[in-house]
Design a protein around this ligand. Structure first.
Ligand code: PLP
Length: 343
C-alpha cells in the first residue's frame, strides 16, 4: 500500500486493475469477463449484485439463517423486489428442498443465499442449486464475502450467476473493495432492464466501462486498496487456493481438538461448520462481555460475540486469511484458559 499513488486512468494503474481482475477470475474459478472489484466493502458488493439484477416487482427467494441473509432480504426489499424468505434457525443451514418448493410454487427472477454465514459459523451447502435455478429460469446469487479464499467456491462449476465478496476477510487485504462476478445470464438480465438502476455509483454498466470498457472516468477508485487486493490475491495464488483452503481446515481442527481441555464446545456440528469462523458455546455462568473485554485488554486478542438471537450464547473465533495460523489459536486458547479458570 506504500507504493506511490498513480492516477485512476494511468496506463500503469490500468494494468494493475487488469491483473487484479485476472487474479479474481482465478480465485472465483470463473471465465466471466464481468469480474472486477466494486468500490466499497462487502455490503456494497451485495448492493451491486442486487440493485443491478433486480427490478421493482421481481420476485426473489432469499435464504435466511443469520444476519447476512437478513441483510440480503432488506436490500432486495429496498430495490422494490417481492421477497420470499426461506428461513432456518440461527445455527442451522437453509433447507434446499424448501428453496425448490418456493420456486415450484411461483417463478422467481432470482434465488439469493449466503455461502458462509459469518454471524452463526454455518457453511451453506449449495449442491444442486445452480442446476435448479437454471431449470426454473432464475438467477443464482451467492454471498461469498467470508468464504472466498478460505473454502472452495467454484463459480462456474456451481452455476453461480452473481456473487460478491470483500477484500478484508479470507483475501487478507484491508477493507474497501468488493470483488464481484456476473455470468452471461446475469448480464442478459441486466441488459433487458426496463428501468435504470437506482444507484448511479454501483451501476453495473458504468462500473464495467471503467474496469474493462473504454476506461472512462466514473469514480476515483481507491488506488491503494486496489494495490493491496492485487497483492492479497497474489499471495493467495502463490500459496495455491487449494493449499489455503486446507490450511483453514487444519487450523480449525487444531482449535477444535483443544477446546474441550479449556471447557468449551463448538456450537455448530462438524457437518456444517465454517472453516474460517468457529462459534463456541459460552459456558453457563460465564460473563460474555467480561471475558471478551479481558481477552482484549490483557492479551490483545479480539473475538466476536454472538449476534441476534445468539447474543450472549456464543463466541465467534475468527481464523481467516493470514489469521488462519496455529500460533494465533494457541494464543487464544491459552488466554481463554486463564480467564475461564478465574471466572
Ligand atoms: C462481512 C460480511 C458481509 C458484509 O461485508 P462488509 O465488508 O462488512 O460490508 C456480508 N456478508 C457476509 C456473509 C459477511 O460475513
Amino acid at each position: 500500500m506504500a507504493t506511490p499513488l498513480l492516477g485512476h486512468v494511468d496506463p500503469a494503474f490500468l494494468a494493475v486493475m487488469d491483473e487484479t481482475a485476472a487474479r479474481l477470475r482465478a480465485v472465483f474459478e470463473t471465465t466471466n469477463p464481468a469480474t472486477f472489484a466494486a468500490p466499497g466493502t462487502g455490503t456494497a458488493g451485495m448492493e451491486t449484485v442486487l440493485a443491478n439484477l433486480l427490478e421493482a416487482g421481481d420476485r426473489i427467494v432469499v435464504g435466511v439463517c443469520g444476519i447476512f441473509g437478513g441483510r440480503i432480504r432488506e436490500q432486495a426489499e429496498r430495490v422494490g423486489a417481492r421477497v420470499e424468505t426461506v428461513e432456518a434457525p440461527f445455527g442451522e443451514a437453509v433447507p434446499l428442498d424448501a428453496i425448490a418448493a418456493a420456486l415450484e410454487r411461483e417463478p422467481a427472477a432470482a434465488v439469493a443465499i449466503v455461502h458462509a454465514e459469518t454471524s452463526t459459523g454455518v457453511l451453506q451447502d449449495l449442491t444442486g442449486l445452480g442446476e435448479l435455478c437454471r431449470s426454473k429460469d432464475a438467477l443464482f446469487l451467492v454471498d461469498c464475502v467470508t468464504s472466498l479464499g478460505g473454502t472452495p467456491f467454484p463459480v462456474d462449476r456451481l452455476g453461480v450467476d452473481g456473487a460478491y465478496s470483500c477484500s478484508q476477510k479470507c483475501l487478507g487485504a484491508p477493507p474497501g473493495l468488493s470483488p464481484v462476478t456476473f455470468s452471461p445470464r446475469a448480464l442478459a438480465k441486466f441488459a433487458a432492464r426496463k428501468t435504470k438502476v437506482a444507484s448511479w455509483y454501483l451501476d453495473l454498466g458504468l462500473l464495467l466501462n471503467y474496469w474493462g470498457g473504454d476506461r472512462a472516468y466514473h469514480h476515483t477508485t481507491p488506488i491503494s486498496i486496489v494495490y493491496a487486493l492485487h497483492e492479497g490475491l497474489g499471495l493467495l495464488l502463490d500459496e495455491g487456493a487449494a493449499a489455503a483452503h486446507a490450511r483453514h481446515r487444519r487450523v480449525q481442527e487444531f482449535l477444535i481438538e483443544r477446546l474441550p481441555a479449556i471447557g468449551l464446545d463448538p456450537f455448530v456440528p462438524a457437518s456444517r461448520r465454517l472453516p474460517m469462523v468457529t462459534a463456541v458455546k459460552i459456558p453457563d455462568g460465564v460473563d460474555d462481555l467480561a471475558v471478551r473485554r479481558a481477552l482484549y485488554a490483557r492479551f490483545g486478542i479480539e473475538i466476536g460475540g454472538g449476534l441476534g438471537p445468539l447474543k450472549g450464547k456464543v463466541w465467534r473465533i475468527g481464523h481467516m486469511g493470514y489469521g488462519a495460523r496455529e500460533e494465533y489459536m494457541l494464543a487464544a486458547l491459552g488466554a481463554l484458559r486463564e480467564l475461564l479458570a478465574r471466572g
